[in-house]
Design a protein around this ligand. Structure first.
Ligand code: URA
Length: 189
């Protein structure tokens, strides 16, 4: 039931024409993972590899994400991985406000269907879009947060985007620390 709802939603996302990004993208990238996953990861937007394959986080950032999960004993196939935008912005440029707004319906529906216990927010862009409560990313990072009433008991775990870990060793170390903490929580379910 939940599986068929998420499959139906994937098809709607693949046919989405709510903003012009679909014109330049090879494939939409709805995301992937079990429809009843306990944990959902949100990145920013598909990059080149993701647009070519239709799969989330399969490029360099994705390889680091997979490594961070696996070195802490979490199988990537057990979690739901997606991004805020479902089509790649040309040349990986920053998403525009109208594109973010147009895509909001999709990530909200995904959360509504999957109902994860933890939503992992990867980086500034996902943080500003989902958390959006005047909180500071650096002060919220590495913590399990409960947000406003809209989200009920759902917990949010905020950390850097893996691409930051590819650019700076310091951020990679912080990501490692955060993923150790996150994995402990995931294993406690
Ligand atoms: N970065 C993201 O935020 N999402 C992807 O799917 C790939 C890279």
């Amino acid at each position: 039931m939940v599986k068929s709802r998420i499959e139906k939603l994937d098809n709607e996302i693949k046919n989405c024409r709510r903003c012009p990004l679909w014109k330049g993208a090879k494939n939409a990238v709805p995301g992937e993972g079990p429809a009843n996953a306990k944990v959902m990861f949100f990145g920013e937007a598909p990059g080149r590899e993701e647009s070519l394959t239709g799969k989330p986080f399969v490029g360099r950032s994705g390889k680091l994400l997979t490594q961070l999960l696996e070195e802490n004993g979490v199988n990537r196939d057990k979690v739901f991985i997606t991004s805020i935008l479902k089509h790649r912005p040309p040349n990986n440029r920053q998403p525009k406000k109208c594109e973010i707004k147009a895509c909001e319906i999709w990530w909200r529906k995904q959360i509504e269907i999957v109902r994860p216990k933890i939503i992992v927010v990867l980086g500034r862009f996902a943080f500003d879009t989902i958390v959006n409560e005047g909180k500071s990313l650096s002060r919220s990072r590495g913590e399990f947060l409960t947000l406003n009433k809209e989200w009920g008991e759902q917990k949010f775990f905020i950390t850097f985007h893996p691409s930051a870990g590819l650019r700076f060793v310091k951020f990679k170390e912080i990501l490692r620390k955060d993923f150790r903490k996150l994995a402990k929580k995931i294993k406690s379910f």
